[in-house]
Design a protein around this ligand. Structure first.
Ligand SMILES: [Cu+2]
Length: 149
C-alpha cells in the first residue's frame, strides 16, 4: 500500500516539474509592515509566454489575498477587487502601488524588510486548465531597483 501511494504521488508530481512556469515574474516585492498593521501590498511584473488568465494568489503569510486595482474616481483614489485578469503573451502586466496589486490581508506575522514570503499564483491557461506558479517575494520598505519601470 505504501509503495502504491508513493508511486501515485510520484506520477502526479512529475508533470508539474516538467512543465515550464506559465509566466515570467520580475521585480517582485511586498511592502514591510509596521506594528499593528495586518494588511499590505505585493507587487511584481508578470509576463505570460502563452494566453493566461490570472485567477488569484495565495500565501502562507496571509489569510486572504485579493487582486486589487487602484483607480481615480474624480479626485478620489479608490481600490476595488478584481476577479480575474487576462494576460496577453509578451505584454508585461504591472502590479505596482497606485495600480493593480495583490492585497494581502489577515497577515500571520509582521512583514520585515529584508525577509521574504512565498506566494503561489494561480492561472487558467487557454485550454481551461489551472496552472500554479510559486514565487519568492522579497519584503522591502519600497520598490527595489530604484526608479525602473
Ligand atoms: Cu488593495
Amino acid at each position: 500500500m505504501k509503495s502504491l501511494l508513493a508511486a501515485l504521488v510520484f506520477s502526479v508530481a512529475l508533470p508539474a516539474v516538467a512543465q515550464p512556469a506559465p509566466a515570467k515574474v520580475e521585480r517582485a516585492w511586498a511592502r514591510s509592515t509596521v506594528q499593528g498593521q495586518d494588511s499590505t501590498g505585493a507587487y511584481m511584473t508578470l509576463t505570460a509566454s502563452e494566453p493566461l488568465t490570472l485567477l488569484g494568489a495565495a500565501t502562507p503569510a496571509a489569510g486572504i489575498v485579493e487582486i486589487h486595482q487602484m483607480k481615480m474616481e474624480g479626485d478620489i483614489m479608490k481600490m476595488r477587487a478584481v476577479d480575474a485578469l487576462p494576460l496577453k503573451p509578451g505584454a508585461p502586466l504591472l502590479f505596482a502601488p497606485n495600480g493593480y496589486h495583490f492585497m494581502l490581508m489577515d497577515l500571520k506575522a509582521p512583514f520585515r524588510a529584508g525577509g521574504s514570503i512565498r506566494m503561489t499564483l494561480r492561472f487558467r491557461d487557454a485550454k481551461g486548465a489551472e496552472r500554479t506558479q510559486d514565487v519568492t517575494v522579497p519584503v522591502a520598505l519600497a520598490a527595489p531597483g530604484g526608479h525602473g519601470h
